[in-house]
Write a protein that binds this ligand. Structure first.
Ligand SMILES: [Zn+2]
Length: 413
């Protein structure tokens, strides 16, 4: 009771005194910069050092977020390299608060309760709890779907996997869909939930594979990004410096571990203490290993950039086995989307067209598990709103991915 009273008092005090709300406090003083000329190259170097967060998913991207602790050093290094910068956002916390203030009230409420959460949200992003309620609801009402916890996250949340058993005539293969491994890429989990709903209702147009979906691979990071830091990417592994917590879970897989990742815990691409040091990647690895003989495709959902990426990520020189088939099937996927909504997605190679990145789900599943088709799908948009994608994109983005996935599966199975 005393605690409740104290919390209430603290809430009243903060409102009465005009103190800033707790949301986005972690981003107070962070800035968004646009770099000039060939700033793209130096930005990746500074990201490894933990001084910058590269916001675009392209080689030439020059939009970066600079944490307040790194403003001075980043400015100095850019000056030394002759790269100019323009400040696009002076204070990220104020920018986000203003954006949310303008959006408030325009969204219709959607219903989701512990024993009744019939559909994934189409006009707002769900909380982790709501996602759990939806998954429980889905699996309780289906004979085909079962829900398993693959393990616990750093902060003791469940890593949920839904298994949709095939009932069709062409049973005998499986696909794996992972989403939410990067916390701030909210659209990825939203799309995964809509895919689940569609796959369950599908009459066979998507072939009849067994389907494994992990819609929220990094629940701690997701909740943190929802409440304190909208740009949070990593998990919530403790670190000596509280500003530098977390491991990049998509650099923590054990294949060419460390290439294109960072040893510095402050970096957005910190690879962790060792391959599979994190409970989240361990849980995913162990579950994927159990079903590996059946897997024909692994699809890892991310944002943003509208690209269907194929391996390798670890090397520009090496060509992955089945590259021709990966590209051809990828083209089928992007053409289907183009025909449906006129949205352009590109088929691209991770290392050659984007940047070197190893320790990813995609490279590990291709090499260690030997899965033929492994992709990373960067969802909407092309950079206009980036990670801050408006929830009005949830339905159109889900619909186009569903359309692409159907034809892709018809081709593969
Ligand atoms: Zn990502």
């Amino acid at each position: 009771m005393l605690i409740v009273a104290l919390v209430m008092m603290a809430m009243l005090t903060s409102t009465a005194s005009g103190m800033e709300p707790i949301r986005h406090r972690a981003l107070r003083g962070h800035q968004i910069w646009q770099l000039s000329g060939d700033g793209g190259a130096v930005s990746f170097e500074l990201m490894q050092k933990g001084l910058m967060d590269v916001l675009g998913h392209s080689r030439t991207s020059r939009k970066v977020r600079v944490p307040s602790r790194a403003l001075e050093e980043a400015r100095r290094i850019l000056q030394e390299r002759g790269v100019a910068h323009e400040v696009l956002v002076e204070d990220l916390a104020t920018f986000l608060e203003e954006k949310e203030r303008l959006a408030r009230g325009s969204v219709e409420r959607e219903s989701c309760f512990p024993n009744s959460c019939p559909r994934p949200f189409g006009n707002s992003y769900m909380t982790f709890k709501q996602i759990e309620w939806f998954l429980q609801n889905l699996c309780e009402n289906s004979t085909r779907a079962s829900l398993t916890s693959l393990g616990k996250s750093t902060e003791n949340r469940d890593i949920w996997m839904v298994h949709l058993r095939s009932e069709g005539p062409k049973a005998g293969g499986a696909i794996w869909v992972e989403a939410g491994i990067h916390a701030r890429e909210w659209i990825s989990s939203a799309v995964a939930l809509h895919l689940l709903k569609n796959l369950l209702q599908d009459d066979g147009t998507a072939g009849h594979p067994d389907v494994y979906v992990v819609p929220m691979a990094n629940p701690d990071g997701y909740e943190y990004s929802r409440t304190l830091d909208r740009f949070w990417r990593k998990n919530r592994r403790r670190a000596s410096n509280p500003e530098c917590m977390g491991v990049d879970l998509n650099r923590n897989w054990g294949f060419h571990y460390g290439v294109g990742a960072s040893d510095f815990e402050c970096s957005e691409v910190f690879k962790g203490a060792a391959a599979f040091s994190e409970p989240e990647t361990k849980a995913l690895r162990d579950a994927m290993k159990k079903v590996k003989d059946n897997l024909k495709m692994v699809l890892s959902l991310h944002s943003y950039g509208q690209q269907l990426l194929y391996p390798w990520g670890y090397s520009e020189e090496e060509t992955a086995p089945d590259t021709d088939d990966l590209i051809k099937a990828g083209n089928v996927f992007v053409e289907a989307i183009k025909n449906l909504s006129n949205t352009s997605y590109a088929v691209a190679n991770v290392a050659r067209d984007l940047y070197k990145a190893s320790g990813t789900t995609e490279d590990w599943a291709k090499s260690v598990l030997g899965v033929k088709y492994t992709y990373t799908l960067e969802l909407r948009d092309e950079g206009e709103n980036g990670f801050l994608l408006d929830p009005s994109h949830i339905l159109p983005c889900s619909e186009e991915v569903w359309e692409g996935l159907k034809v892709l599966l018809q081709r593969i199975f």
